[in-house]
Design a protein around this ligand. Structure first.
Ligand SMILES: Cc1ncc(C[n+]2csc(CCOP(=O)(O)OP(=O)(O)O)c2C)c(N)n1
Length: 389
C-alpha cells in the first residue's frame, strides 16, 4: 500500500497552551491514519515517566517497538519483548542497528525534547518519512532533526496517548515491525581486580533494582554505566540528571532528600570526583536518612580523561588523589565499607541495603575500562564541524 501523504498538523493542535480534548483527539486521529499501516517506532522520554501505564497500553495495542531516552528508562519495562533499548548518551548500539536494518517510516516521540542527552542528534534515529512529535512546548519541534519532516502536535502526551490508544484498540493491527533482537547483557566482565564497572552495575542490579528503591546515577562514568547496564521495569525507581550538563553533586547531595521524602532507601551511584566536589553525608547522619552512596572510586575525573583521549586533546590533568571514602563516612558518623574484590561486592551491597541509616560503599573500579560513551564521543567529533541546536 502506498504511504499516505504526510498531512499538515491540525492547526489548532500546534498552538501553544493546552488545547481542548477534541483538538487533541483530532491530532491523534491524524496520527493514527499516518501510522496504522506503516512501519513505525515509538520513542519515549522522561516526560512519560508518570505515563508508564498509558504508554504500555499504546505499545501493546499498536504492537510497536519502543525505544527510550536515558531518562525514559523503565517506562516500557526493560525486559519487555517490544523494548528496543536506550537511545542517546550511553545508549545501546543495537537500537541503531535495528533502525538501520528495519527502516521505520515514522517515529512517534512522546515526552522528550530529543536533546543532546536523549538523542545525541544521531542521524540514525531519524525515520524515513517523518517524526510525529508530541510535546506541550512547541519550541522543541524540528530542533534536533531540522532536515527531517516533523509533524508537530502541541499537546499533553497523556491525553494524546489515550486518544491514540483507543483508536488502535478499536482496530487491532498486525505488527508492522519485527520484534527487537534480544538485547545482549553487555560485555562480560570477569572477576579481575580492580573491579570492572560493568560488574559493579550487575551487582547493583541484583542488590537494589526492582526492590522498590530509588536508584540515581550522577554525571560521570557512573551515569554512563548505569544507563547502559541497569534494567528497570518501573520508571519511578530510576533517576538520571535532566541533561548532559547535569552538575556533579546533584545526586551525591540529592540522595538524602530522596531518601527522606520517600521514607525508603535511596541509592546514588557517584564518581569519586562528584563525591569530593559535594556531598551531604553529614546531613544524612543528622537526619538518619536511609541514603546509600556507591562510589566508583578510580582516582580520576574519568569521563573527562576518557573523553579527551578520544578527542585527541593532551595536557588535560584529570587525576585525583586516592581517597578512602569508607574512612571519610565513618569520620562523619555514617557506615562505610571498602570493596576491592568482585567477590566481596554482593555482600557489601546487600549489607548496605539492609542497614538502617546512611551508608557509603567505596568501590575501587578499574579506570582503564572504557565507559559505554563511544557513541557520545563519536557524536562530539561528528558535530564539531557544525553548529548544533
Ligand atoms: C559541577 C560540575 N563541574 C564539572 C562538570 C563536568 N564533568 C562532567 S563528568 C566530570 C568528571 C566526573 O568525575 P567523577 O565524579 O570522578 O566520575 P568518573 O567519570 O570518574 O566516574 C566532570 C568534571 C560537571 N558536570 N559538573
Amino acid at each position: 500500500m502506498p504511504a499516505p501523504a504526510v498531512r499538515a498538523p491540525a492547526a489548532a493542535a500546534a498552538r501553544a497552551g493546552a488545547p481542548r480534548r477534541s483538538v487533541v483527539a483530532r491530532a491523534a486521529a491524524d496520527a493514527y491514519e499516518m501510522l496504522r499501516d506503516r512501519p513505525w517506532v515509538l520513542w519515549v522520554g522522561g516526560g512519560t515517566r508518570p505515563l508508564a501505564g498509558p504508554v504500555r497500553r499504546l505499545a501493546a495495542a499498536a504492537r510497536v517497538p519502543v525505544m527510550a531516552t536515558p531518562r525514559g528508562k523503565g517506562v516500557i519495562a526493560e525486559d519487555d519483548p517490544s523494548y528496543l533499548g536506550v537511545t542517546g548518551f550511553a545508549g545501546h548500539p543495537s537500537v541503531l542497528a535495528y533502525l538501520r536494518r528495519e527502516r521505520p517510516e515514522y517515529t512517534l516521540v512522546l515526552g522528550s525534547s530529543l536533546g543532546d542527552f536523549g538523542s545525541g542528534y544521531h542521524p540514525g534515529y531519524a525515520p524515513g518519512t517523518a517524526l510525529v512529535h508530541v510535546d506541550t512546548d512547541p519550541s522543541v519541534f524540528g530542533r534536533a532533526y531540522p532536515d527531517v519532516k516533523t509533524v508537530p502536535v502541541a499537546a499533553d502526551a497523556g491525553t494524546f496517548t489515550d486518544e491514540l490508544t483507543a483508536l488502535f484498540e478499536a482496530r487491532p493491527s498486525a505488527p508492522l515491525m519485527p520484534q527487537p533482537d534480544a538485547r545482549t547483557a553487555g560485555e562480560a566482565t570477569g572477576q579481575d581486580e580492580p573491579i570492572h564497572p560493568g560488574h559493579l552495575m550487575d551487582a547493583v542490579q541484583a542488590a537494589f533494582v526492582g526492590r522498590g528503591l530509588l536508584v540515581m546515577a550522577e554525571t560521570g562514568n557512573a551515569l554512563a554505566w548505569a544507563i547502559n547496564r541497569l534494567r528497570f521495569t518501573d520508571p519511578r525507581q530510576w533517576r538520571a540528571p535532566s541533561g548532559l550538563v547535569g552538575s556533579m553533586g546533584h545526586f551525591s547531595t540529592g540522595v538524602v532528600g530522596a531518601a527522606l521524602a520517600s521514607g525508603r532507601r535511596a541509592v546514588a551511584l557517584v564518581g569519586d570526583g562528584s563525591m569530593l566536589m559535594l556531598n551531604e553525608v553529614s546531613t544524612a547522619v543528622a537526619t538518619g536518612a536511609p541514603a546509600t552512596w556507591v562510589v566508583l572510586n578510580d582516582s580520576c575525573y574519568n569521563m573527562c580523561a576518557q573523553g579527551v583521549e578520544v578527542l585527541g586533546l593532551t595536557n588535560v590533568d584529570c587525576a585525583l588523589p586516592a581517597t578512602d571514602f569508607a574512612a571519610y563516612a565513618r569520620a562523619l558518623g555514617a557506615a562505610g565499607s571498602t570493596v576491592r574484590r568482585p567477590a566481596d561486592l554482593p555482600g557489601a551491597l546487600r549489607a548496605a541495603a539492609h542497614r538502617p541509616g546512611p551508608v557509603v560503599v567505596d568501590v575501587h573500579v578499574d579506570p582503564r575500562v572504557g565507559a559505554p560513551t563511544a557513541g557520545r564521543n563519536a557524536g562530539l567529533l561528528r558535530d564539531s564541524a557544525g553548529a548544533r541546536p
